[in-house]
Design a protein around this ligand. Structure first.
Ligand code: IFM
Length: 453
C-alpha cells in the first residue's frame, strides 16, 4: 500500500472544477431518535432489539444523535470544505406505519436538515431508501410482497413533494443487492429472512421499485438529477483454471450485475447464475418495461475486491470467497482487503454499459481501529486508504472514463448494522457516551484536499 507521505501534495485540482465532492451517511446509522416525534418502528429497530443479532449487543436507539445534533454535524461538514452531503430519509419518520397518514413532525425534521444545509452552503443529496423498511410493512411481507411497489411509490412521492423544491440530486435506493442478500437470503441483516423463497421476490420487487421511484422523481421534481446506487466488488478468480474462472463469473453476476442489468433493459443475468431463474416466477406481463429506467447517474459504491474459487458444496452459486484474512493482505476492521485498483476496475466495468449516462462514486471509505490521544485521532491508515483509492479514481478519469464525483463513507463513526459500533468509518470520531465529536486527521486532510491547496 502506498504511504501517506507520497501523496501529501495531492489535492482536488487534477479532477477539474466540475468534479463533485461529498460525504455520505444513512438515516438509521446516525439519527438515533428511534421513537422521536411519532416515528414508527423500522425492521432495523425490531431486528436490533433481538438478542444476538448485533455484535456486542450494541443498540441503535441513540447512535450519533444526529436527530438532535444535525446542526453541529452540518457545521463540521462546512468546516471540512465538503460541498455535498448525502443522507437518507427514514421511511417511518414520514409514514410511521409505512403507508397512510403522513407524520408532519417527521417531514419537519428533514425540512430542518435540508434548510440548514442550504443555509450553510452545503448541497443536500438525498437517498430515498437506505434499508430501514417500516416494520408494519414487513409484517405484510415486506420486500417479498408485490404491494411494496404501491407502498414505495407513495413514499417516494411524499419525499419528492416535500423536499423536491430544495433537493435536486436524488438516489432512489442504496445497494439493493445488500439489503435483499443480507436481509432476505442470508438472514444476517434485518429482517433476518433466509432462502431463495424470500430472496427471489425481494430482488424483483426492489428492481420494480427502483425504476418506479426514478420515474416519480423525474416527473415531480423539476431539474432533478435522478440516480440510484449499487455496491460492487472487483471479482478475480483464485486461479486461471476454468472452474475458478467460471465461479468468479457467477459471483460477479450475483454481486455486480443482478440489479443494474434489468434497469438498463438487459434483463436478469440468468445465464450466468441459473439459480436466479426462479425470479421469473414473480415477473408479470409488462414487467420488462416497468423494470427499466434511464437514470441520470449511477452511484458506484466500492470498498474492496474478492477472490473467488469454485466450490461444489456451496448451494446455488457453486463458488466461495477466499477470505482476505487468509491471503495475508492489508485489511480494514471489516476484514476487507485494501485494494485500491478495485475502484478503478469497477468504474471501468460500469463504463462498459453504454446506456449509463454518468457515474459517481457515492461511497468509498475504510474502518480502522482509531485511537484518541491528546484529544486527537491520527488515522494515517485511513488517509493513505483514501488517497490511494482517489488516485485510482483519477486514473479512470484521465483515461476518459465517465466519472464525475466522489463521496466518502462516512461523516461520523456510526452504527455499522450487524457489526454495531466497533467498525469506525468516520472522518469524525464519536465518543458514544458523551456524543463528543473530534475531526480525525483524515477529516482535516479531506478539508485541505478540497481546498485545492
Ligand atoms: O455502512 C454501510 C452503508 O450503509 C452501505 N454501504 C457500505 C457501508 C459500509 O459497510
Amino acid at each position: 500500500m502506498e504511504s501517506t507521505s507520497q501523496h501529501l501534495d495531492f489535492n482536488k485540482q487534477p479532477f477539474g472544477d466540475d468534479f463533485i465532492w461529498g460525504v455520505s451517511v444513512a438515516s438509521f446509522q446516525i439519527e438515533g431518535g428511534c421513537d422521536a416525534d411519532g416515528k414508527g418502528e423500522s425492521i432495523w429497530d425490531t431486528f436490533a432489539a433481538k438478542k444476538g443479532k448485533i455484535l456486542n449487543g450494541d443498540k441503535p436507539n441513540i447512535s450519533c444523535d444526529f436527530y438532535n445534533l444535525y446542526q453541529l454535524d452540518i457545521d463540521l461538514i462546512k468546516q471540512m470544505n465538503i460541498p455535498c452531503f448525502r443522507f437518507s430519509i427514514s421511511w417511518t419518520r414520514i409514514f410511521p406505519n409505512g403507508t397512510g397518514e403522513i407524520n408532519q413532525a417527521g417531514v419537519d425534521f428533514y425540512n430542518r436538515v435540508i434548510d440548514y444545509c442550504v443555509e450553510q452552503g452545503v448541497e443536500p443529496w438525498v437517498t430515498v431508501y437506505h434499508w430501514d423498511l417500516p416494520q408494519a410493512l414487513e409484517i405484510r411481507g415486506g420486500w417479498t410482497n408485490r404491494d411494496i411497489v404501491t407502498w414505495f411509490k407513495a413514499f417516494v412521492t411524499a419525499c419528492a413533494e416535500n423536499f423536491g423544491d430544495r433537493v435536486k440530486h436524488w438516489m432512489v435506493m442504496n445497494e439493493p443487492g445488500v439489503f435483499t442478500g443480507a436481509g432476505y437470503f442470508l438472514g444476517i441483516h434485518a429482517p433476518g429472512r433466509t432462502g431463495l423463497k424470500n430472496f427471489l421476490p425481494a430482488i424483483h420487487h426492489a428492481v420494480l421499485c427502483m425504476a418506479a421511484g426514478g420515474r416519480i422523481l423525474r416527473s415531480l421534481v423539476p431539474d432533478a438529477q435522478v440516480g440510484t446506487t449499487f455496491s460492487c466488488s472487483y471479482i478475480e478468480p483464485h486461479s486461471d483454471k476454468m472452474k475458478d474462472v467460471n465461479a468468479a463469473k457467477r459471483v460477479d453476476a450475483l454481486l455486480n450485475r443482478l440489479f443494474i442489468e434489468p434497469i438498463l433493459g438487459l434483463g436478469y443475468p440468468f445465464a450466468d447464475v441459473p439459480a436466479l431463474k426462479g425470479v421469473a416466477k414473480y415477473q408479470l406481463p409488462g414487467d420488462e418495461d416497468e423494470m427499466k429506467f434511464d437514470f441520470d447517474f449511477i452511484g458506484v459504491q466500492n470498498y474492496t475486491r474478492e477472490i473467488v474459487k469454485n466450490s461444489f458444496f456451496t448451494p446455488y452459486v457453486g463458488a466461495s470467497l477466499v477470505k482476505a484474512e487468509k491471503r495475508g493482505v492489508p485489511l480494514t476492521s471489516m476484514k476487507w482487503e485494501v485494494y485500491p485498483a478495485s475502484i478503478y476496475q469497477m468504474i471501468k466495468k460500469f463504463n462498459s454499459y453504454p446506456q449509463i449516462k454518468n457515474i459517481i462514486v457515492t461511497e468509498n471509505g475504510a474502518a480502522f481501529p482509531d485511537e484518541v490521544s491528546d484529544g486527537k485521532v491520527e488515522d494515517t491508515r485511513r488517509i493513505a486508504y483514501l488517497q490511494s483509492y482517489l488516485q485510482q479514481v483519477l486514473r479512470a478519469k484521465n483515461e476518459g472514463l465517465k466519472i464525475s464525483g466522489y463521496f466518502i463513507w462516512t461523516l461520523t463513526d456510526n452504527f455499522e448494522w450487524a457489526e454495531g459500533y466497533h467498525p469506525r468509518f468516520g472522518l469524525i470520531h464519536i465518543n458514544f457516551d458523551t456524543q463528543q465529536r473530534i475531526i480525525k486527521g483524515s477529516g482535516h486532510w479531506y478539508g485541505r484536499f478540497l481546498s485545492g491547496k
